[in-house]
Design a protein around this ligand. Structure first.
Ligand code: SAM
Length: 238
């Protein structure tokens, strides 16, 4: 029998109640994650409780700040094994979410998860943020662009902010030590048309790990010069 106490208790402690359907989906997701992880590299975290805390509960923390409406349109940049996008979608069914990753094997995994969990209003796309951010179908079309563990903040801002509508948010899920990164990304955030709205430090439920959530509001359109192509956001951050 799968032990779901950590997940249920942890979610409760961040104000999220998971019902039977949601719990079942998390169980299937975890099984698929462990099975596929034997064939392709998805995550170094394989212990059940660690998956619950460091992947599932961590991914749910952005739901706790009243920023994500019931039908919000969200893009998860560099989603990897689906974090934070899939747990967010499981817990908040009405949101529409695009999962973007540049590694096709991970997209194949995500498509199987979407099918086996019988989720709708979610799509996995194979591509690079620098390319999709210039695509008219995606550019400035999202209420929220979110990302965890993908790049330093100045690079990440150039990956994410072109997707966000004016009035929407870019949410960066970061570690506890963010002050230097924040300072060195002030220029990028301003050039790309945003400003820091909120900074939250979050102690992950049932652990002593602290993470941060940086929330940037898009206040003006991003110049079509950005995102730059050819790996420039990473090699030469703004
Ligand atoms: C360390 S993993 C993090 C995955 C997931 N967000 C998590 O927190 O577990 C970084 C992911 O970002 C993807 N990635 C890196 N650069 C990217 C880019 N420019 N566009 C799209 N995906 C990218 C990689 O393929 C990888 O799956």
């Amino acid at each position: 029998m799968t032990n779901v106490n950590t997940l249920i208790k942890g979610a409760n402690s961040i104000g999220i109640e998971l019902g039977k359907e949601e719990i079942n989906r998390f169980i299937i997701y975890k099984d698929l994650l462990k099975e596929w992880n034997k064939k392709i590299n998805i995550t170094s975290i394989t212990d059940d409780e660690e998956i619950d805390i460091k992947h599932f509960l961590d991914s749910l923390t952005p739901l706790n700040f009243g920023l994500i409406g019931n039908e919000a349109k969200i893009i998860d940049i560099g989603t990897g094994g689906g974090f934070p996008g899939i747990p967010m979608k499981i817990a908040k069914k009405g949101i529409n979410i695009v999962l973007l990753d540049s590694l096709n094997k991970r997209i194949n995994f995500l498509n199987e998860v979407i099918e086996k969990l019988n989720l709708s209003g979610i799509m996995a796309i194979h591509g690079r943020a620098e390319d999709l951010g210039q695509d008219i179908k995606h550019r400035e079309k999202y209420d929220i662009a979110i990302s965890r563990a993908v790049a330093s903040l100045n690079t990440l801002a150039e990956y994410c902010l072109p997707f966000v509508k004016v009035g929407g948010y870019f949410i960066a899920m970061k570690g506890s030590d963010v002050e230097d990164e924040l300072l060195s990304s002030e220029n990028a955030i301003r050039i790309l048309g945003a400003k820091l709205k909120e900074k939250h430090y979050i102690k992950l439920p049932l652990s002593d790990i602290t993470h941060s959530l940086l929330i940037f509001e898009k206040i003006s359109k991003t110049s079509t010069k950005y995102p730059r192509s050819g790996n420039k956001p990473k090699k030469k951050p703004l």
